[in-house]
Design a protein around this ligand. Structure first.
Ligand code: EPZ
Length: 432
């Protein structure tokens, strides 16, 4: 197993380039199989989740050609199976996007039922409700979801909850249904818009993505396209929080500032100076006394739940008492116990974290409980001016962050990826 080892206390400075959005890429890759023509996607993040989904797409017979580290060409004409192996959904839940894509294109699909995960039960009832509304027979037994239809017909679908996954999955199926579909209470995340734009570049007819109401007029078939994934606002937000927590001054490049408005607003509330450019943001926290604020996670354009752990780490160093309310997932504060071992003073009451700012974190050995909490613990280690931090289970972090330690070193962090006790001790000797 590998670990990150970190000697914190250095204010981060310099500039960092942000990659393509993992959560947009996963939807785009699934949608890419909906045509029998070549689809080329670039600015793909080279992260484990993307590579696992590419494996699932190849496994059902699609042709996948890696053009370079961040570009892939997919051709769905060679698909010879409509059943996605359980192994893939076990590794990444987003394999369930192949349900919507295969059902839309072949009117038949079978994918293993995703289980819950560290942050919550994460049911997919809204996905299935949408498929049924489009006329599919959907069965869930033996741990599988099987969906089948003679034909799919447009429908008026109201999402009981705002769901990114359900919006994207239903959008894909509706794109090739007969007639008009309206999705109400749709998710408005940038990656939902990216998938809609991608499908439209393939000949789909989708309007209103990014608003509460998405209107789809089904088409006969989709054609090939070339497309570039939008920048990852969560990777960008993570580096913004790292700059804030270390009192640094960092230019974060290749971003869409509008996608980061909620994160920028909250970091400004906490005392940081945020400078916006066309495709970059600078976070200045040098000589800044971080101050308390309150945060509630909400669907976009509210404060993103995927930024909740990183923001909590920043507020753990702010003067005063802050609160962070997690309104999307029921179990997304597990990392608080690990942060407490670094000196974090956080009390969780139901879905609210009450954070009493402390003057510093101290280095400790901690374990990443999930992707974003793992990144947050790295930020705490970067801020810890006393001691060395060792983060275990970094495979969670590598699911969604490409070259994480290299990018952090590029802005002055003293962090290495090691494998085992001997290398850990070597690092500790080197920095002590
Ligand atoms: C996507 O998950 C992201 N994953 C998550 O990012 C992100 O946290 C989440 O959206 C919210 O922004 C990908 O895009 C691959 P939801 P998703 O459906 O689609 C409930 C990360 O760190 N719900 O918007 O699964 C659900 O339980 C990951 O990159 C239902 O009840 O999230 C949750 O409480 C973590 N029934 C809420 O809705 C359903 O059918 C929002 O979930 C679907 C969802």
């Amino acid at each position: 197993m590998e670990q990150y080892v970190i000697k914190g206390g250095t204010p981060l400075s310099g500039s960092v380039d942000i990659g393509g959005a993992k959560n947009a890429a996963l939807g785009l890759l699934a949608a890419a199989i909906m045509t029998d023509e070549d689809v080329t996607i670039d600015n793909l993040p080279n992260v484990n989740d993307v590579n696992v989904l590419l494996g699932a797409i190849e496994d059902i017979g699609a042709t996948v050609k890696r053009i370079d580290e961040h570009t892939v060409r997919i051709n769905g004409s060679t698909i010879d199976s409509l059943s996605v192996d359980y192994d893939y959904i076990k590794k990444i839940r987003a394999s369930y996007y192949l349900l919507g894509a295969l059902l839309g294109k072949y009117k038949k699909a079978e994918v293993a039922l995703p289980g819950g995960c560290a942050i919550g039960a994460r049911p997919i009832d809204l996905h299935l409700k949408g498929f049924r509304a489009l006329g599919a027979n959907v069965d869930t037994k033996y741990g599988l979801v099987s969906a089948e239809a003679e034909a799919l017909y447009g429908s008026h679908i109201y999402m009981d909850k705002v769901s990114v996954g359900a919006t994207i999955n239903v959008l894909m199926a509706a794109a090739l249904a007969e007639g008009k579909t309206i999705i109400e209470n749709a998710a408005k995340e940038p990656h939902v818009v990216d998938v809609a734009n991608f499908l439209n570049s393939m000949g789909a007819n989708i309007r209103g993505a990014g608003t509460d109401v998405i209107r789809v007029v089904g088409v006969e078939r989709l054609h090939g396209t070339t497309y570039s994934v939008i920048p990852d606002q969560i990777e960008a937000g993570t580096f913004m929080c790292a700059a804030a927590a270390t009192h640094g001054n960092v230019l974060i490049r290749n971003v869409i500032p509008k996608h980061l408005e909620a994160t920028s607003a909250k970091l400004a509330d906490a005392g940081c100076i945020i400078q916006e450019y066309d495709d970059a943001l600078r976070v200045i926290a040098s000589d800044v006394e971080l101050r308390r604020t309150t945060v509630t996670t909400l669907p976009y354009p509210g404060f993103p739940t995927d930024m909740q752990p990183q923001m909590t780490v920043v507020l753990g160093l702010a003067n005063g008492v802050s609160t962070v309310t997690e309104s999307i997932f029921e179990n997304r504060f597990k990392y608080v116990n690990e942060l407490a071992r670094m000196g974090g003073q956080i009390q969780v009451e139901s879905n609210i974290a009450i954070i009493t700012g402390t003057d510093k974190y101290t280095g400790a050995r901690v374990a990443a409980p999930d992707l974003r909490a793992g990144a947050a613990l790295v930020i705490a280690g970067l801020a810890a001016s006393d001691g060395v931090t060792i983060v275990d289970d970094i495979h969670f972090i590598q699911r969604g962050y490409e070259a994480f330690e290299e990018k952090l070193r590029g802005i002055g962090a003293n962090i290495e990826r090691v494998s085992g006790e001997h290398e850990i001790q070597k690092f500790i000797l080197k920095v002590s």
